[in-house]
Ligand binder design. Structure first.
Ligand code: SAM
Length: 319
């Protein structure tokens, strides 16, 4: 492939990661295909899919109306082969039913946030840019990072930082957040980044910077990212036609673990605890794992797009 797809809106662009790898592993059959891109974003992957298979029809879902507006332009070449819906991918079964689709041949989830979301200070995703503590992918949803920091009890904050940020000093961080809001409410990303940097040992030596872990944890909570992923995997695998494939690109270990374990479970022919003489569970394998190990970005891709560095692609096929 010679062309690297970038999708632009007013000031920002998003470069789709693992482009060739997604095409090679997900779009493996010729002829008419029904495809769901659950994270259509700026239309990069969808555009490649629709170009590779000229008979594919694609349902693109995203929570973010700005992304959908950009995707609409980028994908206009596909005419009636493209359907765009503003929704959460945990609702992909209902979105597919809305088109009268009862099964699909391919499904992609490219998790997390896009570059235009991160690079827009008003969205509050970046600890490097000052802006409101928002972090919503869907600008119409109620929960914001600001509301969480100003209203969650100490225990709730501590759990988020420990579980979603894997932060060593989660207690100290939660304590400081609660103490400060008694005097001034939390409002801006720079204030939170400053606090993270002021507490020694929030991150592991050589690991990601402290504010990066804290912002990741809050973003996961604001957007209920792990719950969304678990539901989408269940619905998605149910919806796949025999021989259909699901591809998931994740950017941090918590997401990747969920995908890996779910694929493993659905590829097992028995879920009984070890030691039982005969199978009692009656579980049947419904997936074949295509990527024994996750596919990662090449050095060349990382040199062109450093945001591809943590990406991990896992693919499975319905049997
Ligand atoms: C990494 S970007 C996808 C980029 C896209 N593959 C492309 O090539 O332009 C992730 C996108 O998924 C969306 N997203 C994340 N979680 C979502 C969810 N639970 N439901 C729907 N969209 C979601 C984000 O709003 C963002 O636009």
């Amino acid at each position: 492939m010679n062309e690297t797809v970038t999708s632009e809106n007013a000031n920002f662009e998003h470069v789709a990661v693992l482009q060739q790898e997604v095409l090679d592993l997900l779009i493996v059959k010729p002829g008419p295909l029904k495809v769901i891109d659950g994270t259509v974003g700026y239309g990069g992957h969808s555009s490649l899919i629709l170009k590779k298979n000229a008979e594919a029809v694609l349902l693109g879902i995203d929570r973010d109306s700005e992304a959908l507006a950009a995707a609409k332009k980028v994908l206009s070449f596909a005419g009636a082969r493209i359907h765009l819906v503003k929704d959460s991918f945990s609702n992909l079964g209902a979105c597919a039913a809305g088109l009268g689709w009862h099964s699909v041949d391919a499904m992609l989830l490219d998790l997390g946030v896009s570059s235009p979301q991160i690079d827009n200070p008003k969205r509050g995703f970046s600890y490097r840019l000052n802006g409101p503590l928002d972090m919503r992918m869907d600008g119409q949803s109620r929960e914001t990072a600001c509301r969480i920091l100003n209203t969650y009890p100490y225990d709730g904050l501590e759990r988020i930082f420990r579980e979603y940020g894997e932060i060593i000093k989660s207690r100290k961080l939660a304590e400081e957040i609660v103490a400060r809001r008694g005097k001034t409410p939390w409002m801006y990303t720079s204030e939170l980044a400053e606090l993270c940097n002021s507490i020694p040992g929030v991150s592991r030596r050589g690991g990601p910077p402290a504010p990066s872990l804290c912002f990741q944890a809050l973003r996961i909570e604001v957007n209920k990212e792990l719950v969304e992923l678990t539901r989408a995997l269940e619905d998605g695998v149910r919806l796949l036609a025999k021989g259909g494939r699901i591809a998931v690109i994740s950017f941090h270990s918590l997401e990747d673990r969920i995908v890996k374990q779910y694929f493993k479970k659905m590829a097992s022919s028995c879920l009984c605890p070890p030691g039982l003489p005969i199978c009692m569970c009656g579980h049947k394998a419904s997936l074949k794992i295509i990527t024994k190990k996750p596919v990662e970005a090449t050095e060349d891709e990382i040199n062109r797009n450093r945001r591809a560095a943590p990406s991990k692609l896992r693919v499975a096929e319905k049997i």
